[in-house]
Design a protein around this ligand. Structure first.
Ligand SMILES: Nc1ncnc2c1ncn2[C@@H]1O[C@H](COP(=O)(O)OP(=O)(O)OP(=O)(O)O)[C@@H](O)[C@H]1O
Ligand SMILES: O=C(O)C1=C[C@@H](O)[C@@H](O)[C@H](O)C1
Length: 266
């Protein structure tokens, strides 16, 4: 099963309201009967849940991922939705895939709110707007313009205290309201606020904005930095971000792109 990584529009940790955009970094997960030697805590929690609830046999999990881990690019939600989808498809089990992903992400300790915003974007594609406290999908839409997305991919997130974000619930709830009508402004405000609050270096963000990015900031809980621009305007932004590390150029994924890709191969 294929799902996608993502970048943040609004981080849901402060107010439970979150918004995430799927990007073209893919995860593919398949399962077969057998035994895995290493399982991350997330994978183990999902396998245990299905074994205990549906009495399925032991499974070997094969994960191929283009998403750097511990970087804020929604690797855990992409892996979790893809694995749940692969298991439910193989055994004909009907579940709400993004909701179960959120519940098991909290259980395994990899997420604070369950990241239902990330899970819905990872699974359906497009841009999600959610209220994670109730696993409520407010709306899904496609990104309004043709854009390039540049990512300064930084892994190995330092040990940061995410609880501090809760103090800023009113600010992030307001950013969420802005996001409902203006995604780009909200991404910029969220990305800058997260950088300030969590103490990340803002220099690459400022440099990307000076070089023509229409929005730039921290994705998720960081440390990766995203920058958006109109297609074809990415040259100077690429140059500016490259001074700080490896830059990935990608694009927004639309709702249902996964199915269109499958159809194209027929
Ligand atoms: N490719 C993967 N294979 C197996 N497990 C994974 C993978 N990616 C993530 N996980 C599981 O999810 C946990 C959290 O991963 P990670 O910190 O990369 O999350 P993230 O989604 O990038 O964070 P953010 O929500 O800030 O974007 C890992 O400790 C691991 O248990
Ligand atoms: O752990 C969580 O609940 C979250 C983590 C980040 O990806 C956030 O961007 C997301 O909105 C929520």
């Amino acid at each position: 099963m294929q799902t996608f990584g993502g970048i943040s529009i609004v981080n849901a940790i402060p107010s439970w309201y979150g918004s995430s955009m799927a990007i073209d970094l893919k995860v593919n997960v398949d399962v077969e009967e057998g035994h895995s030697t290493f399982q991350s805590s997330l994978v183990k929690t999902i396998l245990d849940y299905f074994r205990e609830t549906y009495n399925i046999p032991e499974l070997k999990v094969n994960i191929r991922s283009e998403i750097p881990q511990m970087s804020g690019l929604k690797s855990s939600s992409a892996v979790s939705t893809a694995l749940i989808a692969a298991i439910s498809e193989k055994f004909g089990i009907e579940v709400d895939i993004p909701k179960l992903s959120a519940i098991l992400s909290i259980k395994s300790g990899v997420s604070v709110t369950g990241a239902y915003d990330d899970a819905t974007a990872a699974y359906y594609g497009g841009v999600s707007f959610t209220y994670n406290k109730e696993f409520k999908l407010i709306k899904m839409e496609n990104f309004p313009e043709d854009i390039s997305i540049l990512i300064l991919a930084i892994g190995n997130r330092p040990n940061i205290d995410l609880k501090i974000l809760k103090k800023y619930n009113l600010l992030f709830e307001e950013i969420f309201k802005i996001a409902l009508r203006d995604i780009i402004t909200a991404m910029k405000l969220n990305g800058l606020a997260i950088a300030e609050i969590l103490g990340y270096d803002k220099e690459p963000i400022i440099s990307a904005l000076k070089n023509g990015a229409i929005a730039s900031g921290i994705s998720g809980n960081g440390p990766s930095i995203f920058a958006l621009c109109k297609e074809g305007d990415d040259g100077p932004i690429y140059e500016s971000l490259s001074k700080y590390g490896k830059v990935i150029v990608t694009r927004a994924v639309e709702i249902g792109d996964r199915y269109r890709k499958i159809d194209n191969t027929r």
